[in-house]
Every structure is written in structure tokens, then in C-alpha cells.
Design a protein around this ligand. Structure first.
Ligand code: XBP
Ligand code: MG
Length: 255
């Protein structure tokens, strides 16, 4: 099979959203609600083991504040907090506070020019994806992606394969014609459980995760003048993620 499709994770992959995006947005929601909770950079590393903002709030309470019992119930409380968190996060995106990672825009443009199909598979809220694309690549970029599979549309979030399976079903493609791009342990467990060959670009939160199932692990997509570092696997002579490199990696993993 030929490579036809690229499937991208969003948080940590297209943009470094967690430490300076989602985390402060959660904290703003807590502050607005009169809670003195502060999700520090350190504690957030533990909270990131759980994907999904609502799920993360529930995990935090159950693990760190087991006596906290909101009158409306924990699930309803998490939904309410998460709505406000999303509001603050979208505000940050609209203000242009969250850029794409180095090399992402170039790679997307090269892929489009070569006629590759693009999709997104993420656990974050749908608006978070469209606002990010709009703020960084322009409104029309939302249409570059045939499928934006996001959030609660599937029953189980990453590390379950559901969101990748959903995206591929929507696009009518098979795993054997796709490459996936991830940044985390939960992400690669999801993509590889969906039988997708996966390239990882790490960030500060995920650098030490187990990427033994990855086809290639890099510190970034890179640009010709700001090359990537190869952390695992073989990138040949490449110094940034190009379509040539993707074809090489893809060919290596075809049976
Ligand atoms: C991303 C997530 C999301 C974001 C927050 O994981 O786990 O929950 O942290 O977004 P991945 P929401 O990159 O593996 O998709 O608050 O909208 O859930
Ligand atoms: Mg991610």
C-alpha cells in the first residue's frame, strides 16, 4: 500500500499546549470558582497520565482531595469546571498565545502540496482544535483536515484506540496507508493499538515516556535551519521531517 494519509494528535504534537495552555486555563477556572487549587507544573505531570480534562479533574479530586464532595456530585462539578476551563483556553488561543510547534506548518503545507490526506485524532474538546488551527494557520486551514476527531465523540479516550479507529472510519482509510504523529505514552498506545505506524515528537512532559513502539522518536519536526535531534530510530540523512523522510519510515514498516 502507498502512503495516503497523515493523522495528527494535537496536544503536545501540533502545539505545546499543556504546560502553558491547558494547565493555566484549569487554574483560572478553579480561581474563578473561589477554589485555592493550583495545578503546578510538577503536579500536572502526574495529572497528564489521565487524558481528558473532565477525567483529569475527577482524578485530581479522588487522588489529592478525597474529602472534597461538591453538592452537585463530582461528575457534574467536573463538567462545570471544564466548561469554564475551555472558555479560558479558547481565550488564550484567540489571543495567539499558543503557537504551533517548529516545523508543523511547513510539514502540513508540504503534505497538502503532495496530495496527502490529513486527519486529526485527539482527546481534547473540538473547539480547542478549530480555534488553534484558525489562530495559527488561518480559518481556511480547518478545511485542510478531512476529519477532526475530537473529545467525547468516542466512548473511550486515549490510550484506547477508539479515536484513531473513528478517524480512519470517517475517512475510509486503512491503518496500512497511514502514518500517525504523537507525543506521549497514552498517545502512542492509542495509535499503535489502532495498528498505525507512529512517529513521535517529544516535549518536556513526555521526553521520558516509553516509546518502544514508535517508528521514530524526535525532539521536534524541525526546520532546515533548526534541525531535529533523533532520540530513537533511524532518520537517515534527514535533519527535519520532510515527505521524503515520511516515505522512508513508512516503507520500512510495511510488511
Ligand atoms: C490531550 C488531553 C486533553 C488536554 C486537555 O491528550 O489529554 O485532555 O490535556 O483538553 P492527547 P480537554 O494529546 O493524547 O489527545 O480539557 O479539552 O480535555
Ligand atoms: Mg498529545
Amino acid at each position: 500500500m502507498a502512503l495516503t494519509t497523515l493523522l495528527f494528535d494535537v496536544d503536545g504534537t501540533l502545539a505545546d499546549t499543556e504546560r502553558d495552555g491547558h494547565r493555566p486555563a484549569f487554574n483560572k477556572a478553579f480561581c474563578e470558582a473561589g477554589l485555592d487549587w493550583d495545578w503546578s507544573v510538577e503536579i500536572y505531570a502526574d495529572l497528564l497520565t489521565v487524558t481528558g480534562g473532565k477525567e483529569r479533574i475527577r482524578y485530581f479530586v479522588e487522588k489529592y482531595l478525597p474529602d472534597f464532595a461538591p453538592a452537585e456530585g463530582l461528575a457534574e462539578f467536573a463538567v462545570r469546571m471544564h466548561k469554564r476551563k475551555t472558555h479560558f483556553y479558547l481565550e488564550m488561543l484567540q489571543n495567539g498565545e499558543i503557537p504551533l510547534r517548529n516545523g508543523v506548518a511547513r510539514l502540513l503545507n508540504e503534505a497538502r502540496a503532495a496530495g496527502l490526506r490529513l486527519g486529526i485524532a485527539t482527546t481534547t474538546t473540538p473547539d480547542n482544535v478549530t480555534y488553534l488551527l484558525q489562530a495559527t494557520l488561518g480559518k481556511e486551514s480547518i478545511g485542510w483536515f478531512e476529519c477532526i476527531a475530537a473529545g467525547d465523540i468516542v466512548p473511550q479516550k486515549k490510550p484506547a484506540p477508539d479515536i484513531y479507529l473513528y478517524a480512519m472510519q470517517q475517512m475510509g482509510v486503512q491503518p496500512g496507508e497511514c502514518l500517525a504523529f504523537e507525543d506521549s505514552d497514552n498517545g502512542i498506545r492509542s495509535s499503535t493499538s489502532a495498528n498505525l505506524t507512529t512517529i513521535v515528537t517529544v516535549n518536556d512532559y513526555t521526553r521520558d515516556h516509553d516509546f518502544s513502539r514508535a517508528a521514530l522518536v524526535l525532539d521536534q519536526f524541525g526546520e532546515p535551519d533548526t534541525p531535529f535531534a533523533v532520540l530513537q530510530g533511524d532518520a537517515g540523512m534527514a535533519t527535519c521531517v520532510t515527505l521524503d523522510l515520511l516515505q522512508q519510515v513508512f516503507a520500512r514498516y510495511q510488511a
